[in-house]
Design a protein around this ligand. Structure first.
Ligand SMILES: [Zn+2]
Length: 75
């Protein structure tokens, strides 16, 4: 499963939110595990845990190149 460090385009707050969610999946505390590599990112989105709610609005400066977003990756 991908964790926060796999989303370098997200800010540290969002990465830690994904890490936290990945931890829940790792401990099998989430019921709707779909074995998706991006399940943690998906769950963060579902729970609106990004810094901007449904998306990261505080991306690191200098990382706007491809404008990849977690949302386009996993929704
Ligand atoms: Zn963010």
């Amino acid at each position: 499963m991908l964790t926060g460090k796999d989303y370098p385009h997200l800010c540290s707050a969002c990465q830690s939110a994904i890490d936290d969610m990945a931890g829940l999946y790792a401990e099998d505390l989430m019921e709707d595990t779909d074995n998706d590599d991006e399940a943690a990112c998906d769950a963060v989105y579902d729970h609106r845990m990004f810094c901007g709610g449904g998306q990261c609005v505080n991306r690191p400066v200098g990382n706007h190149g491809s404008d990849l977003s977690c949302l386009s990756d996993c929704v």
